[in-house]
Design a binder for this molecule. Structure first.
Ligand code: SF4
Ligand code: SF4
Length: 139
């Protein structure tokens, strides 16, 4: 994905020829993500799966294996409003050990694994997962 905004906690991905993480995405959305995207005129029922199909979470819907918001040119059409999890990817939290790690589905996992991450990036991943779990107490 092309990275254009610089004033937020995120993980910068400079691999402009790649949009692998927007294919068959399983990205979960917090209520804040849903509200921000709906404020742009979208309806969660159109861009998310039915939560019954996603363990009670709101999860991005794929259309023909591509995120609902990915255009033909491989760009995110809601880039500035994209979910927090998309901003922080490929940092993810593994619930088994409660560690923030690089997702091994990322095409450039090796490169990302050699980088140093700021405390606020790691904390943002942990906070996001806590929020998602709090918002889905039945999980
Ligand atoms: S919302 Fe944007 S960044 Fe996130 S998976 Fe979809 S296309 Fe990719
Ligand atoms: S899969 Fe990894 S390298 Fe590819 S766009 Fe996503 S974060 Fe960047």
């Amino acid at each position: 994905m092309i990275d254009m905004d610089d004033n937020e906690v995120k993980v910068k991905c400079g691999f402009r020829d790649c949009h692998k993480c927007c294919l068959n995405t399983e990205m979960l959305l917090s209520s804040e993500d849903l509200e921000r995207i709906e404020a742009k005129g979208f309806n969660r029922e159109e861009f998310c799966l039915d939560p019954k199909q996603a363990d009670g979470f709101w999860q991005l819907r794929n259309v023909d294996g591509r995120c609902f918001f990915l255009n033909k040119e491989g760009q995110c059409t809601i880039y500035y409003d994209r979910p927090m999890g998309c901003r922080l990817y490929p940092l993810i939290l593994t619930l088994d050990t409660n560690e923030v790690i690089i997702d091994d589905d990322c095409r450039e996992m090796e490169w990302f694994g050699k980088q140093t991450y700021q405390r606020d990036q790691v904390i943002s991943v942990q906070s996001l997962v806590s929020r998602l779990l709090l918002e889905n107490p039945d999980y």
